[in-house]
Ligand binder design. Structure first.
Ligand code: UD1
Length: 427
């Protein structure tokens, strides 16, 4: 298995191009199921999760064609076409690889009137149930059965009727599934306490570009008037705010200065506010934003929350950075239980962190030391890379497949700003 080897202690300086957002891409790709016309998605990140999702769609009868991949270029364009839905079953061996596979449920049900999707099963960062996805679809007129590890959903008379649903907890994925189902229902649907993440706005904008009728975009009250059919279009995936935030932390932890090309600061306010509170300087530039760390890092108190709050997907990276702040930081994880699995590994590199339930106290230390570490999820892996960039000596991050799920050409981007980082192939 490949690993990433880092020799730490280099100040990072230069520019990093920000890729298309993984979480947005995974919600836009299943929209191909909603129309028999061609959907072209540009600025798709080149990631294992995107490849897995397109294979899942291929199995349902969607053809996918990747265009315009030039050597040295980031991102790519894919044209998807679902003339007919060949199968309405998303099997276990596809869904187990990637939880986001559940996002085919809503659009398949809306287009074909039925869908059978394997239950995703356990996940390293908590139980992550899908009950809200199912309740929302029921309110839109679906009948749901659970049998043999599968969800079987069907629409009465072959088409969803639309309806109202109020989410008891904000859920990004369940809001996405409900939106994709409601656009082709016969009547009006309303979603209350819907997620407002920028990736949801990206999904709404694509659905509107395909002919969907949605009001309240960007708010927690979405009103969807179902239409008879959607058409194809060309749409560009939004920049990845979590990737941008992660590289901002790389500037912070190495005392560097990095311009994040293509980053969209207006989607990142909670992140940039936290960076500024930690003592980093944030400047808007013509091409994105520059993050500079020229003072000692200050400790922070951060609690994760749904957008516009501080994203849970940035908690691990901030923890790595705050391990070197001068003082005690307090972190609280309110979205997922069990999202501190990077802590024991950071400790092996010299970080001092106490965890009590959903809270963590980070006692800033003078320096970190390189070690062989391994992580259990994507963002945890990035926190170890960040720690490695600042640590004295060599760090080897194992289980690189987690990073490949969410960071497009990580080593290349970090080498470009002066990091000593390489992928070591296990042969
Ligand atoms: C998405 C993101 C993930 C991010 C998370 C929170 C994608 C592919 N993934 O995950 O990177 O960390 O949002 O911003 O976009 N919940 C339920 N029942 C459900 C659904 C969710 O109880 O049916 C709970 C979850 O366990 C969690 C909370 O709701 O505690 C929020 O989860 P949710 O927003 O649904 O996360 P995902 O969409 O899975």
């Amino acid at each position: 298995m490949d690993s990433i080897r880092i020799t730490g202690g280099k100040r990072l300086e230069g520019q990093i191009p920000i890729s298309g957002a993984k979480n947005s891409a995974l919600a836009l790709l299943p929209c191909a199921l909603l129309t028999d016309e061609k959907l072209t998605l540009a600025n798709l990140p080149r990631l294992a999760d995107v490849d897995n999702f397109s294979h899942l769609l291929n199995g349902l009868g969607v053809s996918t064609k990747v265009e315009g991949v030039k050597k040295g270029e980031f991102g790519r364009q894919m044209t998807l076409e679902a003339k007919d839905i060949a199968s309405t079953v998303a099997p276990y061996d596809m869904v187990r690889k990637m939880r986001a596979s559940i996002l085919v449920l809503g659009p398949m049900l809306a287009r074909a009137g039925e869908a059978t999707v394997s239950l995703p099963g356990g996940c390293a960062i908590g139980d992550r149930p899908i009950d809200l996805h199912l309740r929302a679809l029921e309110c839109l007129g679906a009948e749901i059965e659970l049998a043999a590890g599968y969800v079987k959903a069907s629409a009465l008379k072959g088409r969803l009727s639309g309806g109202d649903y109020s989410f008891p907890v904000v859920s990004v994925g369940a809001t996405e599934n409900a939106l994709m189902a409601a656009v082709l229902a016969t009547g009006r649907s309303q979603l209350f306490n819907a997620a407002r993440e920028p990736e949801i706005v990206d999904l709404c904008n694509l659905l509107v570009a395909m002919g969907g009728k949605i009001e309240g975009i960007g708010s927690s009250h979405l009103i969807i008037d179902g239409v008879e059919g959607l058409h194809g279009c060309t749409y560009s995936v939004m920049p990845d705010r979590i990737e941008a935030g992660s590289y901002a932390c790389a500037a912070g932890i190495t005392g560097g200065s990095i311009e994040l090309l293509g980053a969209k600061p207006s989607d990142m306010l909670a992140i940039t506010n936290a960076l500024a509170a930690a003592g980093l300087m944030i400047e808007m530039t013509d091409n994105g934003m520059r993050v500079t760390a020229d003072k000692p890092l200050k400790p922070l108190a951060i609690s994760t929350a749904p957008y516009p709050g501080f994203p849970t997907d940035m908690q691990a990276q901030f923890m790595a950075m705050l391990a070197l702040a001068s003082g005690e930081s307090f972190l609280e994880e309110t979205i997922f239980e069990n999202r501190y699995m990077h802590v024991p590994e950071l400790r092996r590199m010299g970080a001092e962190v106490d965890v009590r339930g959903r809270s963590a106290i980070v006692h800033g230390v003078e320096g970190l030391t390189g070690a062989q570490v391994m992580a259990t999820d994507l963002r945890a892996s990035m926190s170890l890379v960040l720690a490695g960039l600042a640590a004295e000596g060599e760090t080897e991050v194992l289980r690189v497949y987690h990073l490949d799920r969410g960071y497009e050409r990580l080593e290349e981007k970090l080498q470009g700003v002066g990091a000593s980082i390489e992928r070591v192939s296990a042969g």
